[in-house]
Design a protein around this ligand. Structure first.
Ligand SMILES: Nc1ncnc2c1ncn2[C@@H]1O[C@H](COP(=O)(O)OP(=O)(O)OP(=O)(O)O)[C@@H](O)[C@H]1O
Ligand SMILES: [Mg+2]
Length: 597
């Protein structure tokens, strides 16, 4: 026996579903087949610090064509430059060079320079919606969704141009909107809303909703790396894939199956301790030496030199192997500014910060002793090491820890982890910086190669039950509502999938349907509100660790006067949560992703 859906707080009962919902209901029906039929699978790895794109044809999926940028890297810096009218100008190194010339001629003030924007989607505490803004390098705010959209649009154009160029199509009849299955990568530890945000931006950028799959970054890296892991050729082989990026570190645990497919053994874990934390510690060190206000003045008055200094640090950081000094060019303008403002020498500043023994600044260079550099790495290296330890403690019989992501190329990180876990356990992926991107292309061709995943949260639908005053504990008076003269207890968390449940990706028919009724005959639709919770057994949807993921408005046939019902299925197992609703009267199945509002 089903129960009515809960009463949504934001919408009127009689509201007609949005056009968007109806469109989705029509278009998404044959989604998987359309994706499967695509001629090309193209992936965009939208990274915190670096981004890139690659693709391959369905007839030869392993022949991945990645774009290598002019400096020879597989990814280019995630930098977006907009002109004074707020229109997209350029991306990556091109954007950096243009901005640098604008800085030089002091024309940059009206332009918009964005970098490291992805972390806004992970920061805890900020409620994510389409109005969230991000600030450019000079603090000018813009809507995050617009910046993400422009960046994805850039990659879509690049990809389509690359595919159609160079006679790759050999006379094939090619239509980008229907022949490309698009993959956009997202960290596996992102919550549902952040994933929705990315889907929204991708769709706004012109990728058809039904041709888009979000690829989870460590999964993609795992797919790329799985065939190259030494000793990985036996069924039941278990390994950790750790994707150490610039912003996040993302961990997944996989078991190799007989047919070379993978089973996820533990929900994704990780956090915001990627490579940019080391950069932040470097800036913190400069704050300690020169003072925060001087560093702020340096950044605002000499932005060109500031950006150059960070590029120098990036190069020097990559060379660091745990011994010797980190040596890099150091901006003369910063030293001059300090000496002018404080009427003191740079040596004095180092002495005052008790760093004169370990840091020298001379001849336009800074020399930093290894022990100080190690401290800059310490937080992220320790967090990565702890994350590996925790996972080893949670899942038995792990035979390898495979490292991917740009940060995993750090020799210092590799050495510390090898010292802790030994050569036998640790291995670096064959192409750490390209593993996510190339793996995402592979995943697009064979999404079924991850056969099962573990549900990271508890998911359910808000519903009402008959109010029972004799049970005040489970029927608190503040949850009582009256509809058509009947009393209901509102806002019950009707659990569909419990956290930790292992879900087979393909066996959708095994997922139990929940039946819901229209709350009143006087409403023309049923609004299904979907919630997620970090607890195992939530009772009400307004508990502190519950979050509304989205809602779907299901239009009911006004001609059917009987108590019409719908069957709702929450499908977890893919990379995003899906909602499948069956309307028995009309014999229709509606499948949808949620929309972020
Ligand atoms: N040899 C190296 N030593 C130290 N750090 C490195 C090295 N090579 C790359 N990095 C760091 O790795 C990070 C880039 O890695 P990657 O491209 O995987 O990240 P991303 O995809 O941009 O970020 P995310 O996956 O978190 O969104 C940067 O912080 C960069 O400084
Ligand atoms: Mg990455």
């Amino acid at each position: 026996m089903g129960t009515p859906v809960s009463t949504p707080k934001k919408q009127n009962d009689g509201q007609v579903p949005g056009q968007q919902n109806r469109q989705l209901a029509q278009t998404v029906k044959s989604e998987s087949t359309k994706k499967e039929r695509a001629m090309i699978c193209a992936a965009i790895d939208f990274g915190t610090t670096y981004s890139g794109y690659a693709f391959s044809f369905a007839h030869s999926p392993l022949e991945i064509k990645a774009n290598y940028w002019p400096d020879g890297s597989i990814k280019t810096p995630t930098v977006i430059l907009l002109d004074p009218d707020g229109r997209f100008h350029s991306f990556g190194k091109e954007a950096m060079d243009k901005y640098s010339s604008l800085l030089h001629t002091k024309e940059h003030k009206q332009w918009f320079y964005f970098d490291r924007i992805k972390m806004v989607l992970y920061e805890k505490g900020t409620p994510l919606n389409l109005d969230v803004t991000i600030e450019d390098k000079e603090g000018k705010p813009m809507k995050a969704i617009d910046i993400f959209t422009m960046a994805i649009e850039y990659f879509v154009h690049q990809l389509v141009a690359t595919v159609t160029d160079k006679n790759r199509l050999d006379g094939l009849n090619f239509t980008p909107s229907k022949d490309i299955h698009w993959m956009v990568t997202v960290p596996a530890i992102w919550n549902d809303k952040s994933k929705l945000f990315m889907r929204n931006a991708a769709v706004k950028a012109g990728i058809p909703d039904d041709m888009l799959t979000l690829a989870l970054e460590p999964e993609a890296a795992s797919l790329y790396s799985r065939n190259n892991i030494s000793d990985a050729r036996f069924v039941g082989f278990r390994y950790i894939l750790l994707d150490a990026g610039g912003g996040t570190v993302d961990i997944t645990v996989h078991e190799l199956n007989e047919d070379n497919s993978l089973t996820e053994l533990y929900p994704p874990t990780g956090g915001d301790f990627g490579g940019t934390d080391v950069d932040n510690r470097f800036l913190q060190l400069l704050n300690d030496i020169f003072g925060i206000s001087l560093m702020q003045k340096f950044k605002s008055d000499c932005l060109e030199e500031f950006i150059e200094m960070m590029s120098e640090f990036e190069i020097a950081k990559r060379r660091f192997n745990g011994t010797g000094k980190l040596i890099m060019k150091f901006p003369a303008s910063l030293i001059e500014m300090y000496e002018f403002e404080s009427i003191n020498t740079c040596e004095h500043a180092l002495e005052a910060a008790s760093l004169n023994e370990s840091i020298e600044i001379k001849f336009g260079r800074i020399y930093i002793n290894a022990n100080v550099v190690k401290k800059m790495f310490q937080y992220s290296v320790n967090e990565i090491s702890n994350a590996i330890r925790n996972t080893l403690n949670k899942v038995e019989n792990i035979q390898k820890v495979v490292l991917a992501g740009g940060f995993s190329e750090s020799q210092h990180l590799q050495l510390v982890l090898t010292e802790t876990y030994g050569f036998k356990l640790l291995e670096v992926s064959s192409e750490p910086s390209g593993a996510v991107l190339k793996g995402a292309v592979l995943f697009g061709h064979t999404p079924g190669c991850i056969v099962a995943r573990v549900c990271p949260r508890t998911y359910g639908v808000a519903r009402m039950v008959k109010f029972r005053p004799e049970k005040p504990y489970s029927n608190p008076p503040d949850k009582k509502i009256t509809i058509d003269g009947k009393d209901y207890c509102d806002g019950i968390f009707d659990i569909h999938i419990q956290k930790g449940t292992k879900v087979a990706v393909t066996e959708r028919s095994d997922i139990k349907e929940h039946v819901y009724f229209r709350p009143s005959l006087f409403v023309s639709n049923i609004i299904v509100e979907v919630f997620a919770s970090d607890s195992l057994d939530p009772k009400y949807v307004d508990e502190p660790d519950c979050e509304k993921i989205g809602e779907a408005v299901i239009e009911m046939d006004p001609m059917v006067k009987m108590r019409s019902k719908i069957m709702v299925k929450l499908v977890f197992g893919g990379t995003e949560l899906e909602l499948v609703v069956r309307d028995e009267v009309r014999g229709e199945t509606i499948k949808t992703f949620f929309r972020l509002t």
